[in-house]
Design a protein around this ligand. Structure first.
Ligand SMILES: *Cc1c(COP(=O)(O)O)cnc(C)c1O
Length: 228
């Protein structure tokens, strides 16, 4: 079941990339395994999946030692600064940096172990009151403040657009994130990246996200089924 789902999603990723005249290999599929047991992650690993997304740091830390070698974890949930140490020990990328306080906490813990870590800036592209992420207008200032945090490799932007039943409703938000990333890149705010990463698109709208430039798509339900 999971193997077939993965095969179908990889085919849809490739088809969307072709429509946009992009190379499918530049798109990373993050299998969102939050609230699913390790057995199902292993099943996905057996089907060739290597990158997984988790939303809750305690859950990710509990699963980590049970996962096969070579599995990469992306943290995609809201992260509090007091969980920064656990996140640096558990994950390979944090997609949801959205404050200088959190970025500084991550940097401090990484400094102690002499490591660097890939991160994304989470942008609240729909400017929704209750949603995490920086306001698009504040992204530049936060990125400037983060330039001195040497342990963080700032790779690009991540967003969760406003909830909708229509995939096409996400398109203008995905496009806006891409334009924002391009303008920030032109100002030198992703100094280590030739092209910034764009993490956008979930089960219901990842093909649209790819057409609009996503380099990371985060897909849960379409791989693992409905969460309880
Ligand atoms: C749960 C979650 C996903 C996956 O959503 P699905 O609709 O199950 O594909 C992607 N991104 C984030 C940030 C999530 O919390």
């Amino acid at each position: 079941m999971i193997a077939e789902n993965l095969q179908r999603i990889r085919a849809e990723i490739a088809a969307a990339a072709r429509r946009a005249k992009r190379n499918p290999e530049e798109i990373t599929l993050v299998a969102v395994s939050k609230l699913f047991p390790v057995e199902l992650i292993r099943e996905a690993v057996d089907a060739g999946q290597t990158v997984f997304g988790e939303n809750y740091i305690q859950e990710a830390a509990a699963k980590k030692p049970q996962l096969p070698e070579g599995v990469h974890l992306h943290f995609i949930g809201h992260l509090q600064s007091n969980k920064a140490r656990l996140a640096t020990e558990t994950c390979d990328m944090i997609e949801t940096v959205d404050s200088l306080k959190l970025a500084t906490a991550l940097n401090n813990h990484l400094m102690k172990s002499g490591r660097r870590m890939k991160v994304l800036l989470q942008v609240n592209i729909g400017r929704e009151l209750q949603k995490s992420g920086v306001d698009p207008a504040e992204a530049e200032q936060l990125l400037r403040q983060m330039q001195s945090l040497q342990q963080l490799q700032m790779c690009g932007l991540m967003t969760i657009p406003p909830l909708s039943t229509e995939a096409e409703a996400s398109r203008p938000h995905f496009r806006e994130l891409r334009l924002l990333a391009n303008s920030l890149a032109a100002r030198g705010l992703f100094p280590e990246m030739e092209n910034p990463q764009l993490s956008m698109g979930m089960s219901d709208d990842f093909p649209v996200a790819i057409e609009e430039g996503a380099t990371i798509v985060r897909v849960g339900t379409a791989i693992f089924g409905r969460r309880q």
